[in-house]
Design a protein around this ligand. Structure first.
Ligand SMILES: Cc1cc2nc3c(=O)[nH]c(=O)nc-3n(C[C@H](O)[C@H](O)[C@H](O)COP(=O)(O)OP(=O)(O)OC[C@H]3O[C@@H](n4cnc5c(N)ncnc54)[C@H](O)[C@@H]3O)c2cc1C
Ligand code: SF4
Ligand code: SF4
Length: 409
């Protein structure tokens, strides 16, 4: 068949569309940076059936094949935005403001850096929980008061688009996020040659759980306490080492959960007592497949200026107030840490990173069943079906341990 130039062009355009934009990308990190960068504003970030954010081109005919979405995409690229990152200084860190330290997940270093930079003219793009929508989302704060909503880890995949899009490329910003979000964001600011205006923070990152797990958990809790108006994932009521704890307030109360007693309208549930959201999340029943298959950011692999986290490990094993790990990867990051007003104690990197994962999460044996069940609102999390899933997992793990022991003999 002889191709008319018009047809030929459209075939070439279709091929190049496949090559030059994120249309063919599925099950990615869901960082949202492609949508932020697209000059035609034709990429939206939607949730897939499994409950993870993915990009979607809404009007392919408007695409100009500029390739920017792919250029800023950490998932589509080999390696990190920062080649061979090296920790230059590693610290144990904590806020000297006891009320901040008490509220934050570890030592409060994230908040203190934000507070310091706001005082010197920066804005902060961090994560808050929107109880109305039931999602974690990036947003901009320009004052210490607004920054308070970033306090505390929200163990959900954050919807970045509105926060990232609201960043004025001429301003100065601190941006915090998961390492994959930050790696793409680094590529974005490099593309527009505005890196000097930004300080980037990521954290040692386990994985992100499916939003379907969160929705099923909310369904279960709301049956007991009414519409959730406040949620927090960590509290130190029984000490920092036992701080994996969900505290929620439902519409049937007006009091904020201020102690560890479950009253009417309050929900308090700890991992150490079998909290089901944490069992699903930390048991890797519902982690993003990209976290197990494609994550390239474990341990000392970061494109941020600073990496933070919980300083687990022997050195601070007796501390119950909370100690942050803080690792500077750039001189700019180190300068910011030193200005933060936090207590900083320098240690070798392996002391600060003790207990952090070196390998990607491995999905639970029953994760395939779990992910399918989580799609279905008619299978409540407190049903017998879930008890069976957890029981089967235990049996399979036990069998695996037995086989390993037998082989080792
Ligand atoms: C999904 C997830 C997995 C994590 N995995 C680990 C881990 O394996 N090991 C470890 O040591 N630490 C991990 N952390 C980080 C840890 O929970 C604390 O955030 C860290 O110790 C800093 O605490 P902080 O006391 O400085 O401040 P906090 O006030 O608790 O700081 C919270 C900071 O994290 C940001 N943030 C909160 N929720 C999210 C989110 N959903 N997505 C992106 N950014 C968010 C906020 O903007 C804020 O800057 C994880 C955090 C998240 C959100
Ligand atoms: S190639 Fe350019 S115009 Fe097309 S979706 Fe990507 S960023 Fe947008
Ligand atoms: S585990 Fe890796 S891929 Fe998953 S959210 Fe964290 S940084 Fe991103």
């Amino acid at each position: 068949m002889k191709l008319e130039p018009k047809n030929y062009c459209s075939i070439v355009k279709n091929i190049s569309n496949k090559m030059a934009n994120i249309n063919t990308i599925t099950n990615c990190f869901g960082c949202g940076v492609c949508a932020t960068a697209c000059p035609k504003d034709i990429i939206s970030i939607i949730q897939n059936r499994e409950g993870f954010y993915v990009p979607n081109i809404t009007n392919i005919d408007v695409c100009i094949d500029c390739g920017i979405c792919l250029r800023v995409c950490s998932f589509a690229k080999e390696g990190l935005a920062t080649e061979s990152p090296k920790p230059i200084h590693s610290y144990a860190a904590w806020s000297q403001d006891t009320s901040i330290r008490k509220q934050c997940s570890s030592g409060g270093i994230g908040f203190e850096i934000g507070r310091t930079l706001i005082a010197s003219g920066y804005k902060v793009c961090g994560v808050r929980y929107d109880a109305e929508k039931g999602i974690a989302e990036h947003y901009i704060s320009s004052s210490e008061e607004e920054l308070k909503q970033t306090i505390g880890s929200k163990y959900l995949q954050s919807y970045t688009f509105n926060g990232f899009k609201a960043i004025d490329r001429k301003g100065k910003y601190l941006v915090t996020g998961t390492p994959c979000q930050i790696d793409s964001f680094r590529r974005y600011i490099r593309k527009f040659r505005i890196e000097d205006n930004f300080i980037l923070i990521d954290f040692f990152c386990h994985a992100v759980p499916s939003m379907n797990a969160w929705r099923r958990y909310m369904d279960m809790v709301e049956k007991k306490i009414g519409k959730i108006t406040y949620a927090s994932w960590r509290n130190k009521f029984t000490g920092w080492h036992d701080s994996w704890a969900m505290s929620m307030i439902g519409s049937s109360t007006s009091d904020r959960a201020s102690d560890n007693t479950a009253g009417q309208g309050n929900w308090n549930s700890r991992l150490s007592e079998g909290d089901i959201f944490y069992r699903l999340f930390l048991g890797d029943y519902c982690s993003n497949p990209a976290c197990s298959r494609n994550c390239k950011f474990k341990y000392d692999r970061s494109s941020a200026d600073i990496r933070i986290g919980d300083l687990w490990g022997n050195t601070y094993a007796a501390n119950e107030d909370g100690v942050s790990a803080a690792v500077a990867f750039t001189e700019a990051g180190d300068a910011v840490l030193r200005q933060s007003g936090c207590m900083l104690i320098e240690h070798p990197f392996d002391v600060v990173a003790e207990g952090q994962m070196k390998k990607n999460v491995r999905p639970a044996y029953t994760s395939g069943i779990a992910v399918r069940l989580l799609r279905n609102a008619n299978v409540p999390l407190d049903s017998i079906v879930w008890k069976l899933v957890f029981f089967t997992e235990k049996v399979l793990k036990f069998a695996e341990r037995k086989t390993i022991k037998r082989k080792a003999r």
